[in-house]
Every structure is written in C-alpha cells, then in structure tokens.
Design a binder for this molecule. Structure first.
Ligand SMILES: [Zn+2]
Length: 81
C-alpha cells in the first residue's frame, strides 16, 4: 500500500536572536479521529439520524499540523541535562 511521508529539514536561520522560535504548518492531514469523514452518525432530539460534526476537525475531515521549533544553545555533553 502506498503512503505519503512528509519530512522536516532543520536548518538554523542565518539571522536570529537567542531563543529564536519558528512555527511550521503542514496542512491537510486526514483526521485520525473520524478517518476523514468529518462527521459521525447520531440522533437528534426526535430520534432521527443526523450527522454530528467531528469534534476534532470540526467537520472538515482534515487537520493542519503546527510544529513549533525553539533554537537553544547546545548544552555541554555530560552535564546531566
Ligand atoms: Zn475529524
């Protein structure tokens, strides 16, 4: 079975300040909670079948991954951290 893999290439920015942070966004991942359907079947107050939006993706069926990166000074090896 084929599958798509996304990779992150980490590269230290040329112009930065101490504690620099950056955020990457990877869009359009299939929601694992509803498997991309965007809804679950439920029933309304009258017992009629109704579509209930997925609480994780709000009915879109997809999620965006927001990945935070914080650049910090490297600690010396063996300092227990
Ligand atoms: Zn969902």
């Amino acid at each position: 079975m084929s599958r798509t893999t996304k990779l992150i290439e980490l590269r230290c920015p040329e112009h930065m300040r101490p504690g620099q942070r950056e955020t990457l966004v990877s869009e359009g991942h299939v929601c694992g909670y509803c498997h991309g359907n965007g809804f679950f079947w439920g029933s309304d107050q009258y017992g009629h079948r109704t579509k209930c939006p997925c609480p994780v993706c709000n009915g879109s069926g997809e999620l965006d991954a927001h990945i935070g990166i914080e650049w910090k000074a490297r600690k010396e090896a063996g300092d227990g951290a």
